[in-house]
Design a protein around this ligand. Structure first.
Ligand code: GAR
Length: 325
């Protein structure tokens, strides 16, 4: 079986109460082929029901009351527990705390939340009562990425739930809960799989490559590649390699400063760089894309450097001008 199929992302789940969403995430993770495992269940309430359930299921737990503690100190302790458990992602599941900006930033793209409304409608609390009072035909649930603004990050998935005549906030909440338990495990599974999905990686690289001036895409020996200059005489500055020539990686091939830099990077950071077959010999560096901790800013920088190395003089003026702003 290929390595990708067996690799499981480690997720810390934060709860404040019952933990039914945590239970849904946990049991889904125990299905064959699940792409994540629950490495830790942590709570700001040592009496949270969810903690007892996790313990009974043999999952590591961490509890620390927030009472009498500065928000930053409590967040730091929760974050440290997640890191010590080797978590790569944090799933907030009924975690009723607002997080400090630094914490949120460090987990950007890797912290998810479930919210009981069809975002962007009804951020905050009392979502069901507000949807009913507004006369909405549907309530629902959203899973979104956590950003500094409350309930405002990219929505990764939603389910609509019909509001019936005579509906109360409690009756709607109960039905939305069924939808939550379906939605969260699926969205989390898809999200943690994305960094290893060739199509998704290609989409990201393509957007970065084509954002550089005077570029276009052209296939080369069956692999997507990007050139700078005219369609007629442009030169390649990047290729996308999906496990070509027996390499185990999905990678981006870019020009670097020369053989010395290439050999040094591959030796010092073998998890991030490799010397691609054939291309490596002529100075193309392989930037490994299919890894959980990829830094997309550095991928963008590598692309730009490669672009600068091969671009005609006229084009590099454009980027130098853009950089000076
Ligand atoms: C869930 O309904 C979740 O959507 C909501 O808390 C409940 C937790 O239930 N979250 C929020 O309101 C976040 N703003 P659970 O503890 O049984 O999973």
């Amino acid at each position: 079986m290929p390595e990708e199929a067996t690799r499981r992302a480690r997720v810390a789940v934060f709860v404040s109460g019952r933990g039914s969403n945590m239970a849904a995430l946990l049991y889904a993770s125990r299905l064959p082929g699940a792409p994540y495992e629950v490495a830790l269940v942590a709570s700001n309430d040592p009496d949270a029901e969810g903690l007892a359930l996790a313990e009974a299921e043999g999952v590591a737990t961490f509890a620390l009351s927030h009472r009498g503690k500065a928000r930053g100190d409590h967040d730091s302790a929760m974050e440290q527990a997640a890191r010590e458990a080797g978590a790569e992602y944090i799933a907030l599941a009924g975690y009723m705390r607002i997080l400090t900006p630094g914490f949120v930033q460090r987990w950007e793209g890797r912290m998810l939340n479930i919210h009981p409304s069809l975002l962007p409608n009804y951020t905050g609390l009392d979502t069901h009562a507000r949807a009913i009072a507004a006369g909405d035909s549907h309530g629902g649930v959203s899973v979104h990425l956590v950003t500094e603004d409350l309930d405002a990050g990219e929505v990764l998935g939603q389910i609509r739930v019909a509001i019936r005549a005579g509906e109360t906030a409690d009756s709607l909440a109960e039905r939305v809960r069924f939808a939550e338990h379906q939605l969260y495990p699926r969205v989390l599974a898809r999200h943690v799989s994305r960094p290893f999905d060739a199509e998704w990686l290609l989409g990201r690289v393509r957007a970065l490559a084509l954002a550089l001036p005077e570029t276009h895409e052209r296939e080369s020996h069956g692999a997507p590649g990007w050139r700078v200059g005219t369609k007629k005489s442009g030169k390649y500055f990047a290729y996308f390699s999906d496990r070509h020539h027996g390499t185990p990686h999905i990678s981006l091939l870019v020009k670097c400063d020369g053989m010395d830099e290439l050999e040094e990077l591959v030796e010092d950071q073998p998890h991030a760089y490799h010397k691609p077959a054939y291309y490596g010999a002529s100075g193309w560096l392989g930037v490994i894309l299919d890894r959980a901790d990829i830094d997309w800013d550095s991928v963008a920088e590598r692309l730009q450097r490669s672009w600068t190395a091969v671009a005609p003089k006229g084009a590099t003026k454009l980027i130098n001008a853009a950089d000076s702003f």
